[in-house]
Design a binder for this molecule. Sequence first.
Ligand SMILES: Cc1cc2nc3c(=O)[nH]c(=O)nc-3n(C[C@H](O)[C@H](O)[C@H](O)COP(=O)(O)OP(=O)(O)OC[C@H]3O[C@@H](n4cnc5c(N)ncnc54)[C@H](O)[C@@H]3O)c2cc1C
Length: 302
Amino acid sequence: MKANQDFEVIIIGGSYAGLSAGMALGRSLRKVLIIDSGKPCNRQTPHSHNFITQDGKAPGVIAAEAKRQVEQYDTVMFYDGLASGGAKTESGFRIKTESGDTFSGRKLIFATGVSDLMPDIPGFSECWGISVLHCPYCHGYEVRNEATGILGNGETGYDFSKLISNWTKDLTLFTNGKSTLSRDQTEKLGEHGITIAEAEIEALTHKKGRIENIVFKGGAQQPVRAMYARVPFVQHCEVPAQLGCELTELGHIKVDAMQKTSIPGVFACGDSTTMMRSVANAVATGNFAGAVVNSELIQEAF
Ligand SMILES: Cc1cc2nc3c(=O)[nH]c(=O)nc-3n(C[C@H](O)[C@H](O)[C@H](O)COP(=O)(O)OP(=O)(O)OC[C@H]3O[C@@H](n4cnc5c(N)ncnc54)[C@H](O)[C@@H]3O)c2cc1C
């Protein structure tokens, strides 16, 4: 890949959202560069679910097939590496990579996802995406009716417990310290047979990411087959912030209904923009962003 080239569109992030935008733009005859550092958030998950036609396939298999299809469009080029800097220019934007290459584009699409921050509990990150789960729509069916934990407290822990009770009745809410649920919430969980365990968690024991026990400080253990957790996150890519793209209160890139960020000419899609994290949504928003960018380029040139 030759550096210092000019593109109509630079897409940063070449996973589901970025490839989907790339396909829409390739099919619109646009000269596009997709820069990708190869670290999608679901890379530790053995099987991806709930995306029609691809249910149960390995995440990497889905992404590789998507890339193979986008590569068919010869105006779309790929660059393996990290975009580390961005600046506004007279005609658009300049993107610099970690290896020092520079590219310019009239429009930018960020499909860079988020980085999940693992809590300081030994065993947690090894189980992430395998038996410690972020979403029941993605993985709940596979562990239905199993002994399941939820790591959470207060309003979030209560809401998550309510949701997960759809998939299993053998449910414990681990508050990892004193419960902050209201008395009504505690009673309601009790009515549904959901136990609350307040002991502090020392570690998770597991075999190759398959959780076996929650170990509490003091040594007591509780066996579970799955645990759900909502972990904090940060934007995977710092370039939108460098360019001045506004973030929402929750930390997503702020976009309007057309996937436009607060900076004209800069678009974003996929996980970086929403708490609705799924391959289907990443593909849908990427596809739409691609069409909107193409339409904006037509409007400007016609
Ligand atoms: C553990 C786990 C399991 C999941 N399981 C499922 C499931 O079963 N079914 C389902 O539908 N959804 C699942 N999801 C959600 C799904 O994985 C995401 O919604 C989806 O990956 C989002 O796609 P994306 O393209 O927006 O971001 P990502 O897939 O996270 O990809 C972002 C890409 O951008 C690249 N990137 C970031 N910054 C830069 C930069 N500066 N320069 C270059 N490249 C950069 C990254 O390397 C990465 O390749 C799961 C999520 C997690 C965390």
